[in-house]
Design a protein around this ligand. Structure first.
Ligand code: PLP
Length: 364
């Protein structure tokens, strides 16, 4: 049973923590190659791609930056609907790129028609467009399939760069069907592993673009990852404990739980969270785009008080993020959290928010 409901890092199954305690192996030997081969094969169904997917020892932010370094020579369009989609903009500016923004209010999703209008009405040609699939600060899931389709139709050689950090393995992501060029995920969210490695599916079109970029740096050069992946490994010493845990977790997700059941469980967790908190908190985001992995809620009682009272009862909930910090709290219902654990937590939250009963020691 989990008592940890932060929207990343999220609760890790003890079996996966055990995997990380295995003895060390060399990353240039046969054992690592065998481990890497299993991971590489399982990343394909996870991302729904027949193309390349890499594992990098870094967090998701590093791969957002890598996507820009490898794929954007000059002009970028960033779509924003919250704090994490805004991160693309900050990274792009730090790299000296020419960036435009298409924004909606926090709590709303990007409208594909607005994107189509923006792309068709400007004379500007963008090298790439960024889309944040699941905006963790507001609990909004963008219609990634529709948004990517718009880019493909309006501007076929514009690359689609996707942050799937808090959606992959919790919400369907179909890299090849939807025509995504770089799709980034961190493992401490839907994959429910400790933070420390990140994943990227990279299309042939994105790799072709990288060949035209004269300065791609070293650590995050996708072409270097491709060369080593084709040879059964990674360019530099990886976090080997994470690789053990990732191999085990991919096996669990794909063959024990199955992706379809995992996606269904996440939808049920979202619907349960929204229904069971409605008496004392308003969903802060648009219900039609409510995320299956995280809910941002505006409670009647001050959110920090509510969280502190929950902490006293042994439960950790997520705080509000960015400009929603004071008014919301977040429940992460992602990864390996069971419906049973979620309901047990919601029983206590209900009591704290409505019953107003004090925990031992509270308020004395
Ligand atoms: N993008 C989204 C949507 C996120 O939720 C987060 C982290 O919460 C990040 C990017 C940053 O990921 P990381 O902390 O792995 O660098």
């Amino acid at each position: 049973m989990s008592n940890f409901f932060v929207p990343g890092p999220t609760w890790v199954r003890p079996e996966n923590l055990q995997e990380m305690a295995r003895p060390m192996i060399g990353h240039r030997g046969a054992e690592f190659r065998e481990l890497y081969a299993r991971i590489a094969a399982d990343l394909k169904p996870l991302f729904a791609t027949a193309q390349d997917a890499f594992v990098v020892t870094a967090t998701g932010t590093a791969l957002l930056e890598a996507a820009l370094v490898n794929c954007v020579p000059r002009r970028l369009l960033v779509t924003t609907c919250g704090a994490f989609s805004e991160r693309w903009f900050l990274i792009a500016e730090s790299l000296g790129l020419e960036v435009d923004k298409l924004s909606v209010e926090w709590g709303q999703a990007i409208d594909p028609e607005d994107l189509a209008e923006h792309l068709s009405s400007r004379r500007t040609h963008y090298d790439a467009v960024t889309i944040t699939h699941n905006e963790t600060s507001t609990g909004v899931t963008n219609d990634l399939a529709a948004l990517a389709r718009v880019v493909r139709e309006e501007s076929p050689d514009t690359l689609v760069l996707v942050d799937a950090v808090s959606s992959l393995a919790g919400i369907p992501v179909l890299v090849d069907d939807w025509g995504l060029d770089v799709c980034v995920a961190s493992v401490q969210k839907g994959l429910a592993l400790p933070p420390g490695i990140a994943l990227a599916a990279v299309s042939a079109q994105a790799l072709a673009r990288a060949t035209k970029m004269p300065y791609r740096g070293t650590y995050f050069d996708f072409l270097n990852y491709k060369t080593h992946a084709d040879d059964g490994g990674v360019p530099s010493t990886p976090s080997i404990p994470h690789f053990y845990a990732l191999a085990a977790q991919l096996d669990y997700i794909l063959r024990v739980e199955t992706l379809e059941a995992r996606f269904r469980r996440h939808v049920t967790m979202r619907d349960t969270t929204i229904a069971r908190t409605s008496k004392f908190a308003k969903l802060a985001s648009d219900r039609a785009h409510a995320s299956a992995t995280v809910s941002a809620l505006a409670p009647v009682r001050p959110p920090d008080e509510l969280r502190a009272a929950m902490k006293q009862r042994g439960y950790t909930l997520g705080g509000g993020y960015g400009k929603w910090k004071e008014t919301t709290f977040r429940i992460g219902h992602m990864g390996d959290i069971s419906l049973e654990s979620l309901n047990a937590m919601l029983d206590v939250l209900d009591e704290v928010a409505i019953g107003g009963r004090e925990a031992p020691g509270e308020g004395r």
